[in-house]
Design a protein around this ligand. Structure first.
Ligand code: CA
Length: 239
């Protein structure tokens, strides 16, 4: 789950980012209205937290433009002023919810959960590959019935790959998704995290699910013979 936080006050961005990452969300930030529009139009975020008071373009306008561009991502507006006017404008502009600053972090998380629950559909269903099951609703991971405990980054990495079974996840894709724009390609941090995941997910199992695609990246796939090489059905043709 990736959330875009749009806010020009760096302290608030840091506060939200840190808290949400502990809740296993991936967080990207935009610091003005134009950057927000640019990012939201090309990236498929699960939710946007949008401050009203922003440089270049205000949050209400950003919200209107996103909706006009058919971006349907749930949006929570942050209003600094306690004016009913701002909230009404936000909701009229297509926001799904609003929160007044200063807010308690717990309330923000509760509202995010409520909105994402409303969105639920495919995203809330459990992800399964062979005997590995990831439940996005509870963040529980099990393999062969046994619970696997992952750090926040490990969890997001596994979630990302399990949503793309059999597809190659390049280092760039993984890096940008998990580490965001701070990611530098020459870093071996992804390989390190993949090795952590392998230890927790694959070690001790004959059926390895995490595969290396040399020089490109990684993929998660169930390569057990029963699944991928079904015997061709015999057809009896009349002689
Ligand atoms: Ca602001």
């Amino acid at each position: 789950m990736t959330i875009l936080v749009v806010e020009d006050e760096i302290k608030i961005v840091r506060f939200i980012k840190k808290g949400l990452e502990m809740e296993h969300y991936t967080v990207e930030a935009a610091y003005d209205g134009e950057e927000a529009l640019a990012k939201a139009e090309v990236n498929n975020y699960d939710l946007i937290i949008l401050d009203v008071m922003l440089p270049k373009l205000d949050g209400i306008t950003v919200c209107q433009r996103l909706r006009a561009a058919k971006v349907e991502t749930p949006i929570i507006i942050l209003t600094a002023r306690d004016t009913v006017d701002d909230r009404i404008k936000g909701l009229d502009a297509g926001a799904d919810d609003y929160l007044q600053k200063p807010f308690a972090f717990g309330e923000l998380v509760a509202r995010i959960r409520a909105l994402l629950r409303r969105e639920k559909t495919v995203k809330a269903t459990k992800l399964q590959l062979a005997d590995l099951i990831l439940d996005p609703a509870t963040h529980e991971i099990r393999r062969g019935g046994k619970e696997i405990r992952l750090s926040s980054k490990e969890y997001r990495l596994l979630d990302y790959m399990m949503r793309r079974p059999g597809q190659v996840c390049t280092r760039t894709m993984i890096g940008e998704h998990i580490w965001g724009y701070n990611f530098t390609e020459d870093s071996n941090v992804i390989d390190v995290y993949i090795s952590y995941l392998r230890r927790k997910v694959d070690q001790g199992f004959a059926n390895k699910l995490i595969h290396t695609i040399r020089d490109v990246g990684y993929k998660i796939q169930d390569k057990s013979p029963a699944k991928n090489f079904p015997r061709p059905e015999r057809k009896n043709y009349p002689n």
